[in-house]
Design a protein around this ligand. Structure first.
Ligand SMILES: C[S@@+](CC[C@H](N)C(=O)[O-])C[C@H]1O[C@@H](n2cnc3c(N)ncnc32)[C@H](O)[C@@H]1O
Length: 400
């Protein structure tokens, strides 16, 4: 066949490699080879054919350009990951004043407030909707606390649980081609799986192919942090079987907790005798009852437990051992590193607010890895149709 002629007479293992890769993205051999070479050219990695000719410096990595909105934006963990692959934010929404302050300082963009007061017609059209919707009604801690207070939880929660439905109404009205949602791992098992079933069927009912997977950020940062990622592709744009795959952690040694530690730390981060005694006693009581609640003394050559929004209270889940002294908690700078946020971003709020913000944030390097996989599907879509226009441009009808 004509399409096979291009790679005639290449070693069988190279041909096999090309064929396996291109079949995934449903490209002809020629399209695949052109795509690989043009990407190499764009990244400044083009093969050098002559001795003494140096390859160009690698250019910053960007993927297919696309627009996105950042809902329940927090401090922009999703935004950093999406911008890293060529995304451009056109709208953000976050109601917490302190998180807004950080977001404004980092992105020069003041997010809109309460999502329930935003009409879909206020939101610009976009290619991708990103939302780390609040996890409290679905998390184990949220559920047990609300159960103990005799309050309903999940979708029955009149305030927070309904936020998913609010999100769904925005999706219904705007019909973005791609969805990227993040939540706590427990979302999948909450209420015996019923909560997840409602979310999945709501998205599928709106015409999306839904991919969902729990991913541990420990492959990217030295912290055990499992979150469920829900990626949706509009079938009317991408067809029924978009070639999406969740990322796997990068090759090479895993990040170690000691890599994020500062060397000179103020004494205020060391636990007082009173607090340290209390935490040890609390852990002992729970051990005696046969359950695992207690502080987390971190192995410096391993990964920490999950940083939570409550870290500012006693720092118990991520403690750092110190020679001849009580253990200490993380500094805000270390919390930022533990979450994988870039080093140049200043902390513009109090320690307490910084811990709260990092404790609920998304991990930018992991978001970048998921976004890279989404970007591959966008490229596949553009290559498939060969028009080179933005995905949004070919979207048939928009209601709002
Ligand atoms: C799980 S966090 C998202 C964190 C974000 N992905 C990040 O990287 O920082 C959920 C966020 O939703 C915000 N939120 C909760 N209810 C909201 C509402 N009704 N309107 C706007 N934002 C809301 C919370 O303040 C919180 O920052």
């Amino acid at each position: 066949m004509a399409k096979d002629l291009l790679i005639r007479d290449v070693p069988p293992q190279i041909k096999r490699w090309i064929d396996e890769e291109r079949e995934q993205f449903r490209l002809t051999q020629q399209e695949y080879v052109i795509e690989v070479l043009s990407r190499a050219l764009k990244l400044g990695l083009q093969p050098t054919l002559f001795d003494g000719v140096k390859p160009a410096e690698p250019a910053p990595v960007t993927g297919t350009p696309f627009t996105f909105i950042d809902l329940f934006a927090g401090i922009g963990g999703l935004r950093i990951g999406l911008e890293g692959v060529g995304g451009k934010s056109v709208f953000s929404c976050e109601w917490d004043k302190n998180a807004q302050k950080t977001y404004k300082a980092w992105f020069n963009d003041l997010p809109h407030g309460d999502i329930r007061e935003i009409k879909p017609s206020d939101i610009p059209n976009h290619d991708l909707l990103a939302a780390g919707f609040p996890c409290q009604p679905f998390s184990i801690a949220g559920v047990s606390k609300k159960n103990s207070l005799g309050r309903p939880h999940g979708f029955k929660d009149a305030t927070q649980g309904t936020l998913f439905f609010h999100l769904a109404s925005i999706i219904e009205a705007k019909k973005p081609p791609v969805l990227m949602l993040e939540n706590v791992k427990n979302l999948r098992s909450h209420d015996k799986g019923r909560t997840w079933e409602v979310i999945r069927s709501t998205l599928e009912g709106m015409g999306y192919t839904v991919f969902a997977q729990v991913i541990d950020a420990a492959g990217w940062v030295p912290q055990h942090r499992e979150r469920v990622f829900i990626i949706g592709f509009d079938k009317s744009v991408f067809g029924d079987t978009p070639p999406f795959k969740f990322p796997t952690p990068p090759d090479g040694p895993r990040p170690k907790f000691r890599d994020i530690l500062e060397s000179n730390v103020l004494p205020k981060y060391t636990l007082t005798d009173h607090l340290w005694k209390y935490l040890q006693k609390y852990a002992e009581t729970h051990r005696a009852k046969g359950n695992g609640f207690g502080f987390g003394m971190t192995n410096l050559d391993g990964v920490s437990r999950t940083l939570s929004a409550r870290y500012y209270k006693d720092g118990s889940e991520v403690l750092i051992p110190q020679e001849g002294k009580n253990p200490r908690r993380l500094t805000p700078t270390e919390a930022r590193r533990l979450m994988g946020f870039p080093e140049h971003l200043p902390i513009v709020v109090s320690d307490m607010q910084a811990y709260r913000q990092f404790g609920v944030a998304s991990v930018p390097p992991l978001i970048g890895a998921v976004a890279t996989q989404v970007s591959a599907v966008l490229s596949w879509q553009l290559t498939r149709h060969r028009t080179g226009c933005l995905i949004k441009g070919r979207f048939p009808k928009r209601r709002a």
